[in-house]
Every structure is written in C-alpha cells, then in structure tokens.
Ligand binder design. Structure first.
Ligand SMILES: [Zn+2]
Length: 76
C-alpha cells in the first residue's frame, strides 16, 4: 500500500513537471531554440536582435542591409 502511494506521488510530480515543460516550450519561439541566442546591437540604430538575424560587418553588427551600408554611428 505504501508503494502504491509513492508511485502515485511520483506520477503526480511527473505530470506537473511535464505539463510545465510543455508550457515553456509553447512560450519560446517556434524556431529551433538550442539555448538562449546571443543578442547583438545594430551599430546604426541601436536595436537589439539575434545574432543569426543580424548582418555582420567586421566587428559591427547591423539589423538590415541599409544600416550596414550607412555604417556605424560614432557621434554618441
Ligand atoms: Zn539598424
């Protein structure tokens, strides 16, 4: 009888845990998310965006092609 109780408790814990896991999965982006992605800052307008969505130019990162050609803002 004691084992049955223990089994039920473990089942309840597993149920809550799996439910919470599913909720977290739904909240995150539908794209493959293997850990938090590195965020970079556009050197032109200062917007933050995922590194995979940015356009890299040397050490600078930009949000779009127009800002990449405009170059980094230095007078700030
Ligand atoms: Zn920008």
């Amino acid at each position: 009888m004691k084992y049955l109780l223990l089994f039920g408790l473990l089942g309840a814990i597993w149920w809550v845990w799996s439910k919470r896991n599913a909720a977290e999965e739904g909240r995150s982006t539908p794209r493959k998310a293997k850990g938090p992605e590195k965020m970079v800052r556009c050197a032109q307008c200062g917007v933050y965006l995922p590194e995979s969505d940015s356009i890299a130019d040397g050490e600078q990162a930009y949000c779009c092609e127009a800002h990449r050609s405009a170059g980094p803002v230095t007078d700030r």
